[in-house]
Design a protein around this ligand. Structure first.
Ligand SMILES: C[S@@+](CC[C@H](N)C(=O)[O-])C[C@H]1O[C@@H](n2cnc3c(N)ncnc32)[C@H](O)[C@@H]1O
Length: 209
């Protein structure tokens, strides 16, 4: 199973039945997810994307221009910043309207792999989004959080464990007063294979749709 495609397929289904105005790509990389998300957001909407490597912003800009042109590029707001800082770069009234957030952890494909996502900033960003999406659910709005997490490379195990525990706690009702449906995708026979964690936050009592 291609887990990046699966993550996009879940977002596309989410956007098909609800308006998708604002999305977050917390690990821009070469821009594939940002490009696909920008195609899903409604006119006037935007994708806010973050990466700590200038090469990621340049590669993504080139990819989006080549594959989709200026109009779609206008929907992509890319920031050279660590993802836990996201709320500092987005107007407050827009932050509350973000309904989809993506993480594809690990390193920039095609790079020397020296820059990888790290537990501390990943954890901080995820906790902040949990707060945001619980608030949105209380206000009657649905949200989607997808995290593709790897465990094969050096340093990844701790980050993976955190992500796994984070989604387990969501499922166990760690975010009381809201509904959360968690799904996991991957090759569960292989202890080194990546796992896609997906959580849908929705108003409690309404049931998942
Ligand atoms: C697996 S890649 C993302 C792939 C990307 N979604 C795509 O579609 O091409 C992971 C990216 O996360 C970036 N990254 C690492 N630490 C980060 C941080 N603290 N904040 C934002 N991005 C970070 C890396 O520079 C790398 O480009």
């Amino acid at each position: 199973m291609n887990l990046t495609s699966k993550s996009l397929e879940i977002a596309s289904e989410f956007a098909r039945v609800r308006r998708l105005r604002y999305a977050l790509d917390m690990t821009l990389g070469n821009g594939r997810d940002t490009l696909a998300l920008a195609r899903m957001v409604e006119p006037g909407g935007a994708v806010f994307s973050f990466d700590v490597q200038a090469a990621a912003l340049e590669n993504s800009r080139n990819l989006i221009l080549k594959e989709a042109g200026e109009d779609l590029l206008e929907k992509c707001r890319m920031f050279l910043a660590s993802h836990e800082m996201y709320a500092k770069f987005i107007p407050e009234n827009i932050v509350d309207k973000i309904s989809v957030a993506f993480f594809n952890l690990g390193w920039l494909p095609g790079s020397d792999k020296s820059v990888i996502t790290e537990l501390k900033s990943t954890a901080e960003a995820l906790r902040s989004l949990r707060g945001l999406f619980v608030r949105r659910a209380r206000a009657g709005e649905d949200s989607l959080l997808n995290v593709l997490s790897y465990r094969g490379h050096k340093g990844a195990a701790q980050e993976f464990e955190f992500v796994e525990e984070f989604f387990n706690s969501l499922e166990e009702g760690g975010t009381d007063l809201t509904g959360v449906a968690v799904s996991r995708f991957g090759d569960f026979e292989n202890p080194e294979s990546p796992v896609l964690f997906s959580a849908r936050f929705f108003p409690e009592g309404r049931g998942d749709i």
